[in-house]
Design a protein around this ligand. Sequence first.
Ligand SMILES: O=C(O)CCCC[C@@H]1SC[C@@H]2NC(=O)N[C@@H]21
Length: 249
Amino acid sequence: MSIRFQVEHHDRVGSTNDLAREHALAGAPEGLVVQADQQEAGRGRRGRAWASPQGNLYCSLLLRPDCVPAVAATLSFATVIALGDVLTDLLPDSTIQHKWPNDLLIGGKKVSGILLEAGGAAGNKLEWLVIGLGVNIVSHPDQALYPVTDLRAEGLADIPPADLLTLFLERFALHYAAWKEGGFSALLPAWKSRAVGLGRNIQVRLENHVLEGCFIDLDADGTLMLKLPEGNVRRVTAGDVFLATSSAD
Ligand SMILES: O=C(O)CCCC[C@@H]1SC[C@@H]2NC(=O)N[C@@H]21
């Protein structure tokens, strides 16, 4: 059976992920979605802040997949594919791409971010998973790490966040069903079809250093497989991907 979503809307929260986690701990069922017009303490990956002014989409989905955390983490790919489907429909003339691990780009610029958080006893199946999704609709932050955009800047007439959320949830339900049926491998063709840098030389910026090599594939849990110049393959579980400029690819 397809998942049914129930959206709980707030004008302003600290972080929709925090509120969804509180609901999860209080026993809320799978399918609860917390959406807010603004966040006062929006969080991004790797401890970064996520600027959250009015007009953009901020939401967190509560899921209770029956699996261990590493498997559940591959649902970030279902999330980015679902949003990619929606934006491909809304902006048919734009280049929509997935950037590992879970960014969505329009014309090479980041338009959204995903933050997964999960709970449960260590080593066991998780009890809850919160998928936080932010989409820049009318504004985006200025920052130097990589180019960023929003849907308005890409030529889309302003879409209400709630409408974008509805479209996203419809697509997510399909990919979630495929994932439950066939696992991560059921998502891979769709993810790869819009992947940035697959088969090319890329840079992966880690916490303290930078790796450069050929992005040859993803493995069964979504880890990036990077073939280094020395010929060995390095598995990368976290980092920021950039197309390499110095390489002959
Ligand atoms: O760093 C990233 O790319 C991930 C950003 C995730 C932001 C979303 S907005 C809704 C949810 N609530 C948060 O505090 N963060 C996520």
